[in-house]
Design a protein around this ligand. Sequence first.
Ligand code: FES
Length: 511
Amino acid sequence: MAHLIPLNRLARLVGQPRSTLQQMAQQGVLRTFDGQVELDEVLRHFPDVALDNEAELRRVEEIKEKALLKPAARPELPDAVVLHERLKSLSREFAEARGKLQHHERVHGRIAGRLVEAVERGQATAQFSEQFLAWFRRELATPAADLRPWEDLLAMERVMQVMSAQVTVLPTGQTFEVMGDETLLEAGLRAGLSLPYGCSNGTCGQCKCRVTSGQVVKVHPHDYVVPAAEKREGYTLACAYTAVGDISIEVPLWGVADIPEQTIVTRVRAVERLSAHRVALHLLTPRAERLRYLAGQQIEITVGGVSRIVPGAGCPCEERRLEVHVPCDGTFDRATIDSLKPNDEVTVRGPFGEFVLDDRSECPVLLVSSGPGFAPIKSLLQHALSLEHAPRITLCRLADADGFYQDNLLRSYAAALDHFHYAPLPQGRALSLALDDIVAELRGIAPVGLAGASGLEVPAGLDLPSGLEIPSSLSGVDVYVAGEAAFVEAARRRLAAEGLPASRWRGLVLE
Ligand code: FES
């Protein structure tokens, strides 16, 4: 039976970002089966893979970790119980393989016996029998040189299976890796998935999911009791259990309408001056609480008894950390914001708004921000980078009087991540010229490739032979634009005129 390796694990094995492999798969270059790749296919594309050299991947992971303010996946040893279960499961596989080997050895013995009988019956010559057996023993004793990389790759993948497990979320097919002591919930949220949850400590039952294949083991105690009938159907608590080996779980991911409004008293971690008119507030929720929201949504903050809805600028995968960008005009003046010190209380309420990433899409993404639209666009960018689904992400940015704040952060992403392109447009550029630039960037990331690859639009009724190159199509790009009303409307009209379908457009107006 063919040996399949999940895409996440393969990315780590061959030292490539997952998005690169995703792009190869979408272009039809790398053959995948339900998000997995055959071992032979891996060696065909990465014949020189150096299994002990993860330096480049680590460098990229470190930049992402620093920039996204969240812990990267670390190859830590899992909890002793999990380790025991994983070793037990691998031992079973090993015993099965050993049993097969012994069976093959017995078959080899029988072949030799049959040959002797054939010689005795005059059905084969003694010379043929000796030559055949000599060749047969030689072949068995000398492993073929071309199997060496195959064995190395397989051995490394087995080590990874002990350190981590892959979880496939149904029905979307999204995947994430559980490392070290993580629960299913922790690992899923770290990967940027909008898994449902409430208390995250085993009390409310909101994180219930159904395990459809594979085995889970409890790593945290929980008070919530899963009803016996549901238990029999495979339901478990994502905040208390982890995966023993690769598993599939069935769980409806959260959409905007599913997230309840919450009020949480946070503490100020830092106040970052972005410009004369804007600051970034970095907040921390209490230890046992985190704000449930989707990237791109807005949050109401209350400072000194005054409230205002402001855009979030972080990623839900950042656990207890929140970042909001606050304009210092009108509701809050500069003096109010400047008076905030680390550890001061700021009450947050929310989330609000529907400007969120289509995290099931695997199309290239064009993000466009103008002036105040940068915060939600940055939030979407961090979420998209976390998910590693989009094969290419381009951010076009127009500045207002506040300029290109947090520019270095975006440049560090662009330097580290091959699939991310940052395009700050010259300040003061006429709107029509800026829109020309945006259209050029859009055309630059629109899928072009072979018929039959995903993300490429083939006109209805046209039966193109697989493998034929077809031109780029704007229907294969997700576009998100945030900024002042006039700019968002001008961008919508222009991109629609260029052929961008309305279903691929999402806009957010901010003042
Ligand atoms: S999130 Fe409340 S029980 Fe898991």
